[in-house]
Each structure stands twice: as C-alpha cells, then as structure tokens.
Design a protein around this ligand. Sequence first.
Ligand SMILES: NC(=O)NC(NC(N)=O)C(=O)[O-]
Ligand SMILES: [Zn+2]
Ligand SMILES: [Zn+2]
Length: 659
Amino acid sequence: MNTGNCNNKLKILKGRNIIINNSIKEASVLVRNGIICGIKEYNYEPTEEFDLLISKELSENKDIVIMGGLVDSHVHVNEPGRTEWEGFVCATSAAAAGGVTTIIDMPLNSSPVTTSLDSLNKKIEAMKDKLRVDVGLLGGIVPGNSNEIKRMVLEGGVVGFKSFLVHSGIDEFPHVQETDIQEAMEIMKSLAVEEGGRDVVMMFHAEIGEPIEKATAKLIEENADPRKYNTFLQSRPREAENIAINMILELSKKNNVRTHIVHLSSSDILDTLDNAIHKEKIPITAETTFHYLYFVSEKVPDGETLYKCCPPVREEENKELLWQALQRGTINIIVSDHSPCTLELKLVEEGDFMKAWGGISSLQLGLPIIWTEAKKRDIPIHNLSKWMSDEPARLVGLNDRKGSIKIGRDADFVVWNPKEEFVVDQDKLMVKNKHSPYHQQRLFGIIYETILRGDSIFKKDQERITKVTGQRLIQTKIHTNPTYPKPFLPTIELLNSLDEPEFFNCIHLLFEAAPPLATRLYAKKPFRSYQELINEAESIIGSLGDEDKIVVINAHPRIGLNPAEIKKTSSISFREQGLENEKIDERVIEIYSTLKTLNEQYEKQFGFKFVEFVNGRSKEQIIPVLRERLNNSKDQELKTGLKAMTDISNARLSKLIQQ
Ligand SMILES: NC(=O)NC(NC(N)=O)C(=O)[O-]
Ligand SMILES: [Zn+2]
Ligand SMILES: [Zn+2]
C-alpha cells in the first residue's frame, strides 16, 4: 500500500506510557515505510541508523500517553455541496488536531448525497489534494437505490452503508422502510458470499417517525415552549429509538447481515441489545456519541439550540446507563457524530429547538471530552483506545491497518497529556463553523502531536495543518480467500504480524491450501521478505516425508477441471489457466475430456496430482507435456511436481505484491 514515505529508513517512537494490547507500558515502537514493524523495550537501540518520531523531551515525559490514532466512524463532512457547513480541508484538519487519524464520512449532508457510484465518484473527486488524515467513505441506502449497492462496494470501495429510519433532516436523503432494508440485505448476503467475502456493515439512524409525530402533535396542542429543551426532548421519545432498534435487530438476525446502530441515546434498549449481542450472537453493534456521554438534558439552558441533535441528549440517569453499557460491552464504539451546519441554521437568536438544525460539532474534542468523563469513573485509559480506535476500525473492516498500536498496522499515533486541563475556545477549533456547545468547557487531555503513517502532521498550538498526506481508505482484504476478485499479499511486516488463520489465508495464495507447509512456515516467522519465505518453503518441502509432500502437491487444483469448480477454490488458478475469458465450444470440451482422462491416468499411476507451471500456455499445449511425464518414475514426478509448485509461487509473488 502506498504509505507516502517509502524511504525504508527506520523510525522509532519512544514513550513511557504507550497503550499496546489494552495495557500501558514504556516501549519503543519501530516504524518503516509508515507501518509499525516492531515493538521493543524502551531503551532499544538498533544497529542501523534511525530517526526518533517525537522529541526526546516528549519521549521521556512521564505524563505523556501515546496510543493508536483515533478512528471516528461517524463524521458528516458535507462536501461536495454543503461546503458552507464543512468540507474535507477543515474536517480533516480538525481531526488531525484532535488526534483523529481516520474519519469515516457519512453519505449525507453532501450534495449530491452519496447514494450511487456516480455521486460517490463526485465525492472522491472532491477529496483530491485536501485530506490531512485518512478518510473512508460510506454509501447511502435509500428507497430504490439497491441496484447501486454492489457497484459502490466493488467499484467505489465504500466501507459500509448508512440509512435513516426517520426523516434525515434533508429531503434528498429519504428514510427507508423495512422492505427496503430487506432488499438491501439480500444484496449484502450475496456480497459476503460471491464477491470474495466482501463484508460491509449496514449502519442505521434508528428512530422511527410515528412516536415522534405523535409526541410533537401533543406538544403543539399543549402549546409547549419551543425554547425549552424539555419540549424538544419530549418530542423525540425513547420509544422511537426502541422500536427502530428492535426492527433492525430482527432483520439482522433473520438475514445474518452485520448491522450497526449509530448514535444510540435511549438506555431503555440496552438490555435487549446486550442479550442480542452476547446471548443470541446477532451480528449487531452500537455506538454512542461524545455528547450523550458528556451533557445531560437537565442542564441544557433554554434556547441553547447548539445542543440540539437527533436523537436528543437525554437525562443524567440515561447518561450513566450509557457509561455502564460501554463498560459492559453492549456499546463498543464512541464517535463524534460531527454534524455541523452554518450558525444561521441553528437559529440561536430565536432559540427554537423544534426548528433549529439537529447536529453538534465536536470532531476535534473527542479525546478530552471522553477522558474527562472516563477519569471521573476510574475507567482505565486503554479503554479509550478500544472504543475510539480499535472498534470503529473493525466496524468498517479497516482493522488490519487502523486501530490501536499493533505490528503491521499503519503507524498512526496520538501523543497527549491526560493530566493537563484546558478550557475549550471554539474560535481556535479548525472546523469551518466553530460554534459548539463545548465552548468554555473545562476538559482534561491536551494533544501534543498527531502522527499519520509515520509522519508528524500536527504539533500542539499549531494553527493550521499544512501537510496534505491523507488517503482515501478502502478495505484491503489481507487474508484474502482465493475467490476474492483481486487477491494480493500484505506487506511482509503485516504478514509477520498475522495470526495463524490469517497467515494461512495469505500463504494459500502462494502455495494453495497445503497445511504441512503452511504450519511449518508459520513457525519460521518473521521473514525479512517474501523471497526469503519462498526459499524457506523450498527447504521445508525438501525436508518433508513423501506423504506430506503428496499432501502439499495435492493442494493444487487439477489442470483442466471444469472452470466453475476451479473458480470456487482458487481464483488465482482460475486466472492462471486463462479460464476468465474462455469460450466453451466443441474443441474446448474435447480438450477438457482429454485432460480429464490423462489426469485420472496420472493419479492412478503415481498416487498424486499432476502439477505443471502453466505459465500462460494453453490447455491444449499442456496435453503433450502431461502425456510425456507419464513416462517418468514416481520419484522423478514428485520432484518435478514440487519444483513446478515453487515456480508457480515465484511467478505469483511478482503479481501479488501490492504496488
Ligand atoms: N443529517 C444529519 O446530519 N443528521 C445528523 N444529525 C443529528 N445527529 O442530529 C444525524 O446523524 O442524524
Ligand atoms: Zn443520525
Ligand atoms: Zn450523523
């Protein structure tokens, strides 16, 4: 993957309090080409030349904490289109200043909304040369656009989808009904199976309209004061969320499709959700937001419409239940739901909560907001890395590269001092519209530096972010299963860091599924290069007994097997045998049946499959080779077959390494 700074020079990040694997310790984190490639003791001194990633002073400061860059999976950037509300330059600058190295952009309130491949491409165009941090994009699912879903994933690289179950606030992004969701889930299911295991989540704004309309009508009848926050709060009853979430639960269970509840506010539903997640194992997750964990409805002043968002900030008791749900794992993600707009739309003069735009601006402040509340509850600091980096990255299938500090992931870090207090000055925020309900709040946690893929992009008191090194993120399937459309291997550092099953998935791309080989290779990690890995494979194969050698050879599909069969087991072989564009006619059928007969004869004679490095030759050209090899001895054939295997691996290597 293009990391921007591919000079191969070693960089080291040293710190006295680094959050790694849910614990905090002093360490040296090694970085090469923007990727974390090692974790050593604090005093580690490499033999080769290296650069320190942060100053000695920060490295030695015992108050400084370092963790993986934050991943905010719920941000409304609103570009193209509503760039007077926000935009990629301001939003990604604010993210960088807030220690957020990845944001996931919502499919609204940009204009056009991102509900087709065409509008997605317009957004991708609008991002060019603006990104200060990495950005993943969500597609939108609205009534009638199900034909766009697959294209937005496979051609557009969206990392998930978002829908509303209630009016979204803008007419061009209509909300869906249950039937629309079911139709979309059918497509998600086929994506998960047919297209190489693409697994993209469906996220939902889970409120339904009916209880809201009823409550609002009653409030109007009672002539309730729209300047009172309580009027707005009563107009968005918890029941609207509870019913919506139950519907999503049922659909997720029925279709076994991954779903996610965004900005959950109603604590009523937490036990149902916990049971669904932990007992029924329904593939559903839920996030909550900074404001539901920080503010309480009882303290929102009359007319202060900056506090308005949907669902609403609820009561103190509700807030405490959300904090407990986080610690119980019912809610696993905390996000900003950064939904800015122009000041005019917030109607701050009138102070009319019922008419003002719903949305709160907080993208740059998440870490101190959440830490200020977490420390009151003696919540360990490493939980923030889980809730604000690892889990959101996993939600959108980017956790192979993003999340907490782990060998193989991008070298994204936030360097901060949780002991230092400051007062929020909204005028210093880097977002476009600076009004925020957090203005003048006293928070703990000052960010000293933000690092994106091994490169410092923000230092404390910096007023503008000048580096434009952010990239658009798409899911990279490192443990690609063979039928994945465009399989490729991860960097060797990432491969070395993989657990056994993921390691095997990658190795199978080189040697097909050969356990005796893959297990021994896994035991030989780490490798300095793939060439070293293939050389190691050759010596392992040479050391195997005949029985294991035969297992390794038999992992390859037969040449001349019918194409549909091969595609199911190995899209690599499928392509290598030129089956992708093959027209099946009389002559081809004749060739297949000849090969089938010869394969059967070969296997009967030697007891294992015929393996040949096709190397672009046609099946017809392989027939005389196979006939000729029938005249050899078993030992000779075993050697020739295994040699063909490593020739295939070397040829694949050049094609599979991602440029
Ligand atoms: N169109 C919006 O930006 N809506 C957002 N507004 C909020 N949360 O008040 C949201 O996430 O629903
Ligand atoms: Zn929403
Ligand atoms: Zn939102």
